[in-house]
Design a protein around this ligand. Structure first.
Ligand code: HEC
Length: 173
């Protein structure tokens, strides 16, 4: 949305100074209402995510999702849901229901779920977590073609684990 063009009908000469401020506000609000629904589909450029309300994890990447369980889970889920919609949904589908352009992320740890042995299951989840974080940080670039953009420097560790937390609630049985 370009604010400068949006408020064009409110430029000086067209109406008196006092009305112009009100006019600009009304035009901007209308423009936002019109562009709002398009944004709800996640069709936007990569967005950084505010993770200041989560426990800060530091520079070193953890080997497994620290928000899968525990006191920070609910807040991570809230942040991860919105971060997924803003950064991943346009390719991996709304609510992680894949439309076929990109892999189905609801199945990413599907093989682990079937393991009866608890220790093997946990090891499997950890392996998937590492694979997940690695993929999101580096993206998928082959022969100069960007299949998925790298998110390193855009999403921090807290944001990427929050997205994983969201996807864990969307697992396909
Ligand atoms: C521009 C489209 C696009 C966006 C945006 C995108 N991805 Fe992807 N993603 C893909 C494609 C396409 C692949 C498969 C690439 C390939 O063929 O190697 C993929 C692969 C993956 C994989 C590996 C899946 C597997 O089964 O091996 C993960 C994990 C993943 N994406 C997570 C994410 C997350 C999380 C986000 C948001 C932060 C995201 N992606 C944003 C297109 C995208």
């Amino acid at each position: 949305m370009q604010a400068s063009t949006a408020v064009l009908p409110c430029r000086p000469g067209v109406m008196p100074q006092r009305l112009r401020i009100l006019c600009s506000a009304v035009v901007l609000m209308a423009t936002c209402l019109l562009t709002g629904p398009a944004m709800a589909h996640g069709d936007v450029v990569p967005q950084s995510v505010n993770t200041s309300t989560l426990p800060q994890l530091g520079e070193k990447w953890l080997p497994a999702n620290p928000f899968s369980e525990g006191p920070a889970h609910a807040e991570a889920l809230r942040i991860g849901t919105s971060a997924y919609n803003q950064n991943c949904a346009r390719c991996h589908g709304l609510e992680a229901i894949s439309g076929g352009i990109a892999p189905n992320l609801r199945k990413i740890d599907g093989d682990c779920m079937d393991l009866a042995d608890q220790a093997k299951k946990m090891a499997c989840y950890k392996e998937t977590d590492e694979y997940f974080v690695g993929t999101v940080r580096r993206g998928r670039v082959r022969d100069g073609r960007v299949y998925m953009p790298p998110f390193e420097g855009i999403l921090n560790q807290e944001a990427i684990w929050s997205i994983k937390t969201y996807l864990e609630t969307r697992r396909e049985p």
